[in-house]
Design a protein around this ligand. Sequence first.
Ligand code: ADP
Length: 403
Amino acid sequence: METLVKKILGKNIGIENPESTKDKLIASEICYRRLFETAKDGILILDALTGLIIDVNPFLVELLGYSKKEFIGKEIWEIGSIKDIADNKEKILELQQKEYVRYENLPLKTFDGQEISVEFVSNVYFVNRMKVIQCNIRDITKRKLEEKELIQAKEKAEESDKLKTAFLANMSHEIRTPMNGILGFTELLKEPFLTVEKQQKFINIIEKSGTRMLNVINDIINISKIESGHMEIFVSKTNVNEITEELFDFFKMETEQKKIKMSLKNALPTKEALIMTDKGKIISVLTNLVKNAIKFTNSGSIDFGYEKKGDYLEFFVKDTGIGIHQAQKDLIFKPFRQVSESSNHNYGGSGLGLSISKAFVEMLGGKIWVISNLDTLISEGDNLKQGSSFYFTVPYNFRQEEN
Ligand code: ADP
């Protein structure tokens, strides 16, 4: 037999002038066996009558990670299937009843639990009067993954395009409003017989509008530096009590005007409230959180300060304002996001403050998060405890010998 095979293989697998019908049959058998053994797709042969596997090629053994022995005698969907049994039985029936079946994207599970996607095609034919089903299985996991990545990239690009458009519209609103204030009230100042009080009032409005515009411009510069990786850190010995006390004094008037009670709680005595950090960034984050708390709170109180938790200082700014829905909690830390892109025009703001704060806190080795019970409280009809509590940490890293 071996010499015969060699002979046939030597003659290009029996295609050229086979010596006899028997040789021809053997050559053909070897030829198809080779195709079966070396195919770069998985192939299963089923007995069409019972639906049981009678042969499997090495590629499928390798792909699914089961031994050939484990395949033989099983129903096709017993191996690697992740669909439920009823569905599988229907599929076997379909294979047995139809000449040709094709599943474009079938999920399968490998022996080690990995999920893969395959394209599945079956054909029915006879071998020596035995009806068999040949199933060709092509691994399309990589293709599907690439398709998914492409779709995700497209969606991301569309989303970011939409966000940037909303951001630009909001930005032009944020710049135009103070600009109109500055130009309008400068015009009014030209009036020759203005009372001193009116002059002061107009100058105050111009000053406030100027500051608001400067803040917007600073936010834009900061976010571009962060996104391009050009934001630097300047570490120095920082007393956090001094920062919180200064901010408390700074915002006191504004909260009193809004009739909001503000309180400050520093956990450490001033001489221990020292850390090595970027002072400017801590001030910026706290300022942003307190400013937001004032902006989004119409009555009640704002408590801020910090506690010492292990190796970290945990700062908090808690308000009794409008609160934040669960679904928005992560979004608000992303650039260009405001809880409601339209309703926030009532409050003003670039929508950049929290994303800048998040970037700053992470650069300093901490974390930032928000707790707000808006969803639960509304469903319980309890409006009193509404509000948001923002927290962020920074390492408490100051050693006395550095003093
Ligand atoms: P901005 O305040 O300029 O819009 P931020 O990035 O600081 O931008 O905040 C993003 C959004 O998060 C705000 O527009 C608001 O919807 C929500 N938010 C922030 N702080 C609070 C708060 N204390 N209470 C309720 N909502 C808040």
